[in-house]
Design a protein around this ligand. Sequence first.
Ligand code: BDR
Ligand code: CA
Length: 313
Amino acid sequence: MTAAQKIIIDTDPGQDDAVAILLALASHELDIVGITAVAGNVPLALTEKNTRKICELAGRRDVPVYAGAVRPMVNELVTAEHVHGKTGLDGPDLPEPTMPLQEQHAVDFIIQTLMGHPPGDITLCTLGPLTNIALALVRQPEIAPRIKQIVMMGGGFFEGGNITPAAEFNIYVDPHAADVVFRSQVPIVVMPLDVTHKALTSASRIAAIRELGSPVGIATAEMLEFFERFDEEKYGSDGGPLHDPCVIAYLLKPELFRGRRCNVSVETASELTLGMTVVDWWQVTDRPANALVMRDIDDEGFFKLLTERLARL
Ligand code: BDR
Ligand code: CA
């Protein structure tokens, strides 16, 4: 058996973040060294609490959870209660967590872990604004060559944006952090809206998860039912896009996704297109490729994987 891949999940739960965390916790191929929370969908006090709620739901009080940045590097925090509800995790009625929050700051944890492991050991899975990762890179640039890869949910190109016409939420909230990350020379895999808008829940997909009958299956179905209502109304679709779990699914089954290596640059100046990920898909510039940008997903395979794995919890 090959050794489990060591990962740090950086997250702002968020129902889709929660499902991504559950998918990772259910997968023996992944060794979650720690989960770091960042301000995003809701303020940090809620994202760190929601992270602990999810670990407890999965019976994994042993996973250390760290709190990171309370706000983006330069801009004011923009949140998304209109999508995720007031708590960020509206839907199921989960108990207040009792497992402790680690005392160490998330940025210190990320640096210490990368410096303490051999180069190429740790993958960063980013499911929210990139503030914690950029702060770590700025504070200790020696970590960059030690990161195996960053697999991120963020950006959108062909599909446009979801928080403005040009920008996807995670990049828009902290475009300066995203800029630092895309310039870091760390290998990056991007799951943009172009992919996640093809990973749509549906009544039957949620029913299959509910029918697992376990506390995890039922809570996940309740989260997804709450989460999808916003996008169903917005896009007129049957179901909502399950963004963040695509990151974890890529680590488990990369063959579910298709994309190409190209340059991604982040707009940090223009008021109109702030946070836009400008993807040189057709290689019309000589900017070097800095990311593997995904565009397609086998959505049937993705939901099969997700449901099978959640059944293990
Ligand atoms: C991203 O923004 C958040 O609302 C979701 O959790 C996801 O990470 C999608 O744009
Ligand atoms: Ca998220």
